[in-house]
Write a protein that binds this ligand. Structure first.
Ligand code: 6LC
Length: 429
C-alpha cells in the first residue's frame, strides 16, 4: 500500500516514497492537459493515488492523471517475460458481483424501491390476460419478485427464474412458501450458461444500473434474447432512454469545492485542483436533483431498442444534445437519468413506463451528476450543445467512462462567457 499523498510532507514526496511501476492495459486518451494519454503496454510510474479512480502518474516524462482501472501493477522482469496477455483473471468481477447479490442488502434496497417494483407489477397486471399460457424467463430474478407477480397475477404456463447468486436457494424457498412452485422454476446459473428445455415468449429482467448501463447486466439480457427468445417474443423492458439536463448543484459545489476558499479564516485554495480531480472526475451517482435546478428542458440523448441492440453496440454509445437555457443561474454540470418502457403484449395496449428522473418519484437509482471543472454563469437564451459518449471499459467489463463534450453560445454579447467554450470531460466509473 502506498502512503496517502495528503499525509506526505514535500520532502517525503521527493525523497522517501518511490513511485510504483504500472503497465497500461489499454489505450487511453486524456481529456484536458492534466490527464495523460498512453497506449496499451506503456509503462507508467505512479507517484500518488489521490483517489481510487485517478492516479498521479508519469509516462515518457509527462506527468498527469491516469484512470486507475486502465493500469495493472508491473510484475518483476522474470514474471513479465512469462506473461503474454494483459487481461485480468476476471474482467467481470463476478465473484464480487454475485457475492454482493448473495446478501440481502441490495435486494432490500431494490424491493423497497416502490416505483421500480410497482412498475414491474403493473406490467404483469396490465398484461395478465395475454400472459396466459405463455412461457416467461425472468433473468436475474433475485428474490423472485417478478416471477411471483407473474404466477400470482397472471397464468403463465411456466416462469424460468434465473439467478446466478446464492440467493437462488432462498428464492426457491420463497416460491414454495407462496405456493408458486408449479409455475416458477428457479435455476441457479449465469444466464449465459443456462440450459432451458424450450424457447420463451417473454424475457423480463430488471437489468438497469446507474446511468442506465453501469454493471452491464444488459449484455446478459441481450445474449439470453438471442438464445432463448422465440421469434416474435417480447422483451420487458422493450426500450430505454438516457436523459440529460444542464443543471445547478450549489450545495455539492459548496461542500466539495468552495469549502477550500476560507476554512477557519485560512486560504486553502491550492487544494482546489486536487478537489476537482478527486470529486469532480467521477460521476456522483446518488444525486437527487430538484426540478428547480434544471437550467433547460431535459432531453433524451441515447435511445436503446431492446429488440435490435447488439452486444457490440455497447462498446461505444454516442448521443447529441442541444439545450436552450430557460433559467438564469450557475451551470455546475449535467445530470443524467433513465426511463424504460414496457410494450403491451396486446396490439394498441398501454405502455408502462419506469421513469427515474426528477419529475417522477425518487428511485434507488436516484440520478447521476457530472460536475464541470468550474461553474459557468448562464442566461436565458444561451445554448449548450455537444455530445455524450459512453465508452465501455475495455478491461473491466462492468465499468464505463462517460465523456461529455460541450460548448456554450451566449445569447448576449455582454455576457462574460460569450465565446464558444469547448471542453471534453471524462468521468471514470
Ligand atoms: C439485479 C440483479 C440481479 O440479477 C442479482 O440478483 C444478480 O445476481 C442477478 N444477475 C445479474 N446478472 C446475471 C446473470 N448474467 N445471470 C444470472 N443472474 C444475474 C439488479 N441489478 C441491476 N438492475 N443492475
Amino acid at each position: 500500500m502506498s502512503k496517502q499523498p495528503d499525509m506526505q510532507t514535500e520532502t517525503e514526496d521527493e525523497g522517501d516514497v518511490s513511485p510504483e511501476e504500472y503497465v497500461a492495459l489499454s489505450d487511453f486518451t486524456g481529456a484536458g492537459s492534466d490527464q495523460l494519454t498512453f497506449s496499451c503496454g506503456d509503462r507508467l510510474l505512479v507517484h500518488a493515488k489521490p483517489s481510487s479512480e485517478w492516479w498521479w502518474a508519469e509516462v515518457r516524462e509527462v506527468i498527469g492523471y491516469a484512470p486507475a482501472s486502465y493500469l495493472r501493477e508491473r510484475a518483476t522482469d522474470e514474471e513479465e517475460e512469462g506473461e503474454d496477455d494483459a487481461c485480468p483473471d476476471d474482467p467481470w468481477q463476478d465473484e464480487e458481483y454475485f457475492g454482493s447479490y448473495g446478501t440481502l442488502r441490495l435486494h432490500l434496497e431494490m424491493l423497497s424501491d416502490k416505483s421500480r417494483t410497482e412498475a414491474y407489477r403493473q406490467v404483469i397486471l396490465s398484461n395478465s390476460a395475454s400472459l396466459r399460457n405463455k412461457v416467461v424467463m425472468d433473468l436475474g430474478c433475485g428474490t423472485g419478485i417478478i416471477s411471483l407477480f407473474c404466477a400470482q397475477l397472471a397464468e403463465p404456463s411456466l416462469v424460468y427464474a434465473v439467478e446466478a447468486s446464492s440467493m437462488a436457494d432462498y428464492t426457491r424457498q420463497l416460491v414454495k412458501q407462496n405456493g408458486c412452485e408449479e409455475v416458477v422454476t428457479v435455476l441457479q446459473a449465469r444466464a449465459e450458461e443456462v440450459e432451458l428445455p424450450e424457447q420463451v415468449d417473454v424475457l423480463v429482467s430488471e437489468w438497469m444500473g446507474n446511468c442506465l448501463l453501469f454493471e452491464f447486466m444488459v449484455e446478459s439480457v441481450l445474449q439470453a434474447r438471442d438464445c432463448w427468445l422465440r421469434e416474435g417474443g417480447v422483451m420487458w423492458p422493450s426500450s430505454a432512454a438516457l436523459t440529460l439536463v444542464p443543471c445547478q448543484a450549489h450545495s455539492y459545489y459548496e461542500e466539495k469545492m468552495a469549502f477550500w476558499e476560507r476554512p477557519y479564516g485560512l486560504d486553502f485554495t491550492p487544494l482546489q485542483p486536487l478537489a476537482q480531480q478527486e470529486f469532480f472526475t467521477k460521476p456522483k451517482f446518488s444525486h437527487l436533483i430538484e426540478p428547480a435546478d434544471c437550467l433547460a428542458t431535459p432531453s433524451d440523448v441515447i435511445l436503446l431498442d431492446m429488440y435490435t441492440l447488439q452486444v457490440k453496440d455497447l462498446e461505444e454509445i454516442k448521443g447529441q444534445f442541444h439545450f436552450c437555457v430557460d433559467k438564469p443561474g450557475s451551470f455546475h454540470g449535467f445530470t443524467a437519468w433513465f426511463t424504460v418502457h414496457f410494450d403491451s403484449l396486446e396490439t394498441g395496449g398501454a405502455t408502462v413506463e419506469l421513469n427515474t428522473g426528477p419529475h417522477a418519484e425518487p428511485t434507488h437509482w436516484k440520478q447521476t451528476l457530472f460536475m464541470l471543472d468550474k461553474p459557468v454563469s448562464v442566461c436565458v437564451g444561451d445554448s449548450i450543445s455537444g455530445t455524450i459518449a459512453l465508452h465501455r471499459n475495455p478491461i473491466w467489463r462492468r465499468h464505463m467512462t462517460v465523456s461529455l463534450d460541450w460548448n456554450i453560445h451566449s445569447s448576449t454579447e455582454a455576457t462574460e462567457n460569450c465565446k464558444a467554450n469547448t471542453l471534453t470531460l471524462h468521468y471514470a466509473t
